[in-house]
Write a new protein. Structure first.
Ligand code: ADP
Length: 602
């Protein structure tokens, strides 16, 4: 009808024929509890929301739970496959432990942990040994069920014999962890920090951290754990979902007070007490990067299984919630990583006893809307297209004019013009290259407020605050790349997986790996290779969560790889043994590829 095609009601929108950009489309039909914050963000960006999904592909799919909420074949999804599995308490503890084996000092930001029930005997033995060597050590431990959240099923113990092995907990795997007894207190209360981290891309690794987060407070003054107070959850657990039910919970519209505050308000407080806030931030950044480095190897295995390389498929990004506890000496300690951090911007309030109502929470809104909006700005597909075109145009200009210093100067002076031309080209592309029928259908699907196809001449970017997300990787890559050894082991593992879509390596794949990397010799026969494979695989499959596929999982391969490295390079520290073996394998594989290339050409 006429109304649908009429020139814009907002600020002179006239549609694609004006050469303005088509708006980014977002499918929010699976956004669940993040829907409210997402809607506000999209309004601020003036992007197009499809709350009930869409027949045509969207640019971005916003999922509330996991990558698999919907079958997606193009565009970008706000979840990585396998992330939920990766950040479960047991998987995270295992991944961090592998890194602690290689780099114990670098990974001392995660409390010592044991996996139950399989490591119960080890836990008992190690605690006994430590107590024997230091009788003044009076530890407390925290037991957390695997896959639990919101403090569910968590309890504190003073001795390994206090672990509840009866009833449902026996069958429920858990992590037992050293309890941090001396946390930093504010107003005599324990609190933790929820920081939002954007994993923008896995390959190449790109990480952003939100400049502000939330601090969630306990509601009973803190005392170091004693047998008497071990059960007082409002004193020891900072979970919002628990403390909200305490009579002492303070709702506040002010970001500096109440039981939930912004992290920046805490930093101001600390800074006024003379604390080195810069150092604290740099420690937090380092904790985040190192944790993600521990997660990426297995994530890559999941990724290639769900989105095989070379086939059309979506790309992924994800907002993660990092829960961090500050120790009295300001050292940040990682508690856990959430794949689905709550993006609710309202909270429950008890109006009268037993009567709850959802009311807006300004603190949540301030932090969370900014995180979602700026994530979208960073993954904006149109910015990427413009960058690509600018890059191609620049390559063309460089190739055409050459690159002597004088010429470079000339090029620099014409660079602005090139950018202007690129923007023009971009707009031109928008008008002409979109298949006409598709563009028409987009318009027909648009609601009354969504008629215009393109942005207003004044881009919404100009009206938005600067990005709240700060890039930390690759910005600080140089300082952390040496830690990415398991990533390289995972690349070897993926190479030998063979059939796309699997996550486990069969015995033939393992043998081919050994053969191609020339790792077997008179001291290490192929029969020993098979025994190593069977031994390690069987053990991992008996403890693993994933019994769907048979074969060797990545962690088992990593263990086998460490074994081989120790055998080959006896006297070196473990990380050097592993690095040397990786170098050797990569060398042999590169030579093999070269040979195949030459043979292929021949
Ligand atoms: P959940 O996923 O159930 O919230 P967490 O690991 O976040 O589990 O633990 C819940 C709360 O328990 C944390 O918010 C924190 O207050 C407290 N906590 C967890 N681990 C430790 C620890 N090692 N030392 C001290 N407090 C801890």
């Amino acid at each position: 009808g006429r109304g649908r095609w009429a020139p814009g009601r907002r600020g002179g929108e006239k549609g694609a024929r004006d050469g303005r950009r088509p708006r980014v489309t977002v499918d929010s039909s699976k956004a669940k509890t993040s829907l409210e914050a997402l809607k506000i963000s999209l309004r601020q960006l003036r992007w197009r929301e499809f709350p009930f999904g869409r027949r045509l592909p969207c640019d971005i799919y916003w999922h509330g739970v996991s990558f698999h909420d919907n079958d997606i074949f193009s565009g970008q999804v706000n979840k990585f496959p396998g992330m939920t599995e990766m950040v479960r308490k047991i998987t995270l503890s295992r991944a961090v432990r592998t890194m602690q084996d290689l780099f114990p000092l670098e990974y001392n930001f995660y409390p010592r942990s044991w996996i139950l029930p399989e490591e119960l005997p080890l836990f008992v033995a190690e605690v006994r040994m430590m107590k024997d060597s230091d009788p003044s050590w009076k530890p407390t431990f925290i037991v957390k069920p695997d896959g639990g959240c919101q403090g569910d099923g968590i309890y504190l113990i003073k001795d390994p014999s206090d672990i509840r092995l009866t009833g449902s907990t026996q069958s429920r795997p858990a992590v037992v962890q050293e309890y941090i007894c001396k946390p930093l207190l504010v107003d005599k209360l324990k609190f933790d920090i929820r920081l939002y981290v954007l994993l923008k891309s896995l390959e190449p690794l790109e990480i952003y951290i939100a400049k502000d987060g939330l601090s969630r407070f306990c509601t009973e003054p803190y005392q170091e754990p004693t047998l008497k107070n071990l059960h007082q959850v409002f004193m020891h657990l900072t979970n919002y979902s628990l403390n909200i039910h305490s009579g002492n919970f303070i709702h506040s519209d002010n970001v500096n007070t109440g039981s939930k505050r912004t992290f920046s308000s805490i930093l101001c407080r600390l800074s006024s007490r003379g604390a080195d806030v810069k150092k604290l931030w740099s420690d937090i950044i380092s904790l985040v990067i190192k944790t993600i480095i521990a997660l990426t190897p297995e994530l890559k295995v999941y990724y290639q299984s769900d989105i095989p390389a070379g086939k059309p498929g979506p790309t992924c990004f994800q907002i993660l919630g990092f829960d961090i506890l500050l120790m009295k000496n300001l050292k940040p300690m990682l508690l856990e990583v959430n794949a689905n951090p709550s993006m609710r911007i309202e909270h429950e309030q008890e109006l009268s006893p037993g009567v709850f109502e959802n009311v807006p929470s300004p603190v949540d809104e301030e932090v969370k809307v900014a995180v979602i909006r700026d994530t979208l700005r960073l993954v904006d597909p149109q910015k990427k297209k413009r960058k690509d075109i600018q890059f191609l145009f620049w390559r063309f200009v460089s190739a055409f004019f050459g690159e002597t210093p004088l010429e470079r100067q000339n090029i620099a002076s014409s660079k602005n013009e090139v950018n202007v031309r690129c923007n023009y080209l971009m707009c031109y592309r928008c008008q002409t290259l979109e298949p006409v029928s598709e563009a028409k259908e987009e318009l027909l699907e648009a609601g009354p407020a969504d008629r215009a196809e393109c942005d207003t001449p004044q881009s919404p970017e100009a009206e938005l605050p600067s990005l709240c997300l700060k890039q930390v990787f690759p910005k600080y890559a140089k300082q952390f790349n040496y830690l990415r050894l398991v990533d390289r082991v995972a690349a070897l593992f993926i190479r030998f997986l063979g059939v796309k879509g699997t996550t486990k390596l069969g015995p033939t794949g393992f043998r081919t790996f050994i053969r191609n990397c020339k790792l077997s010799n008179s001291n290490f026969s192929m029969a020993s290779v098979d025994i190593l494979y069977i031994d390690i695989t069987r053990r991992w499959n008996s403890v693993g969560i994933d019994h769907k596929e048979s074969g060797m999982c990545l962690q088992a391969f990593v263990e086998a790889f460490f074994c081989l490295a120790q055998k080959k390079y006896k006297s070196l520290p473990l990380h050097e043994q592993v690095a040397s073996l990786i170098d050797l394998c990569e060398y042999h594989l590169a030579a093999l590829d070269e040979k195949r290339l030459v043979c292929g050409r021949g």
